[in-house]
Design a protein around this ligand. Structure first.
Ligand code: GLY
Length: 441
């Protein structure tokens, strides 16, 4: 699919916009410059094999340097950003390719053979340094390293995506939709989780390290494990249901898509349809000015209604939300910001001081509490699961009669349902990047 090389429109304007945003933040926090370090490779304990490299997202924001460890970027107001592009003479590992002009033309690029070359960048006490401490700590004062107020300011800036970023995410969604379609096909052919995962990756020519997070490929009751990672190689005797939560990246930008399928018609398939209808309605509510916490609570009320309609619970939806029963079936948040990180930054803070915007009581896993603004990209991912430990706890400490246990027992072998789309907040109607992508195939 060529995801690694795709040229995306609007990059030049994106860099100009980042220059403005960083200049504003540096001025506000009293810095003359910022150095952003990519990070270094990290070897596992007592070994010389390294963990897959993940670039500092602040550097990725500027340039698609997904694998360029030890590169660093110096930003100064009024000056062209200066990139120390680490390109060692290496014969153990393939060094990074020469910079491609579509992005490199926006920088003063200095190819360097020495990983420490950035230390000659003229850093002084008015230069902030952003990156992991292991790479930077020896060379800079603690006070300059990742100043929290500057980071908060920049994290808030990252929540408003530029047209280039939106185009990257739309392209990631297109790849995701292609791969999800291949995975559904593999499920319908009766493949194992491992084989489905391989089909997913092959469909878009990405390897595991290029995925934004570990694919969740869950057959049957594995769908009740929220971040299931096992990739079971054995094909189950019967594949009843399939939950897949899997993404793709383009220049570091992620999509994060979940779909759930039933092998056959029946109650579980009807439950998926009800969840899908409900999820689509939630998606249309993603507009500027919406307090995301309200939408999360609405999702609880909607899921409690579905639980009641399917005779899974025997209490009113209102009581189910108030008593915490809805959270037995839906224990996670409605969604999160999405971008260079799957759980993107600044979902829970109000300002440069990092003032927290509290989660609603009883909802400890919600990752987004902000009021939505144009340019935000976020997920909408309600779920409904039959999770044994949570059901057991309710049986031990809650109102046992509020649950129809026979119904739960009949549905538990299907695991659960999650349906997740990636939404862009615009000045008007929201854009559903995920459904657009599936529709375009
Ligand atoms: N979809 C994976 C996650 O949100 O953690």
């Amino acid at each position: 699919m060529g995801a690694r090389k795709t040229v995306i429109e609007g990059y030049k304007n994106h860099v100009a916009e980042l220059q403005r945003r960083w200049e504003r933040a540096l001025r506000a926090e009293g810095y003359d410059a910022v150095l952003i370090h990519a990070g270094s490779k990290l070897a596992s304990f007592l070994d010389d094999y390294e963990y897959p490299f993940r670039c500092n997202p602040h550097l990725l924001w500027w340039a698609p340097l997904t694998s360029q460890h030890d590169s660093a970027l110096l930003i100064r107001p009024g000056k062209r950003p200066k990139l120390f592009y680490y390109q060692p003479d290496d014969y153990w590992y393939l060094p990074p390719a020469d910079p491609a002009s579509w992005w490199a033309d926006e920088f003063e690029v200095l190819p360097v053979r020495d990983a420490d070359a950035w230390k000659q960048a003229g850093i002084n006490h008015r230069t902030a340094c952003i990156g992991d401490a292991a790479s930077l700590a020896e060379a800079v004062d603690a006070a300059q390293l990742n100043p929290q107020r500057l980071l908060n300011r920049i994290h808030l800036e990252r929540t408003r995506k530029t047209p280039y970023e939106i185009a990257c995410m739309a392209e990631a969604a297109r790849l995701g939709a292609i791969a999800h379609t291949a995975a559904e096909q593999a499920f319908r052919e009766g493949s194992s989780e491992y084989d489905i995962h391989q089909r997913y990756c092959m469909a878009i020519e990405l390897v595991d390290a290029e995925l934004p997070y570990g694919n969740i490929v869950a057959l049957n009751d594995h769908g009740a494990v929220l971040h299931y990672q096992a990739h079971e190689q054995e094909t189950p005797a019967e594949s009843r249901s399939f939950l897949i939560d899997a993404g793709a990246t383009v220049h570091g930008y992620a999509c994060d898509i979940t779909r759930t399928y039933s092998a056959r018609d029946g109650e579980f398939a009807d439950l998926i349809t009800a969840m899908d209808t409900m999820q689509r309605k939630l998606c249309t509510a993603v507009v500027e000015g919406l307090d995301y916490r309200d939408l999360h609570l609405r999702a609880h009320a909607d899921i409690a209604t579905i639980l009641k309609d399917f005779d899974i619970i025997r209490t009113s939806p209102e009581d189910a939300v108030a008593s915490g029963l809805s959270a037995v079936f839906y224990p996670h948040g409605l969604g999160h910001f999405l971008g260079l990180q799957t759980h993107d930054v600044a979902g829970l803070i109000a300002d440069a001081d990092g003032t927290p915007i509290p989660r609603p009581d009883g909802h400890p896993f919600l990752r987004l509490t902000r009021t939505l603004e144009e340019g935000n990209v976020l997920t909408i991912e309600p779920g409904l699961y039959f999770i044994e430990p949570l059901l057991r706890q309710w049986r031990e400490t809650g109102d046992v009669a509020a649950i129809n246990w026979e119904k739960v027992d009949s549905l538990a072998p299907y695991g659960g349902i999650r349906i997740e789309d990636n939404m862009l907040v615009t000045g008007g109607e929201p854009r559903n990047l995920t459904r657009e992508a599936f529709a375009s195939l």
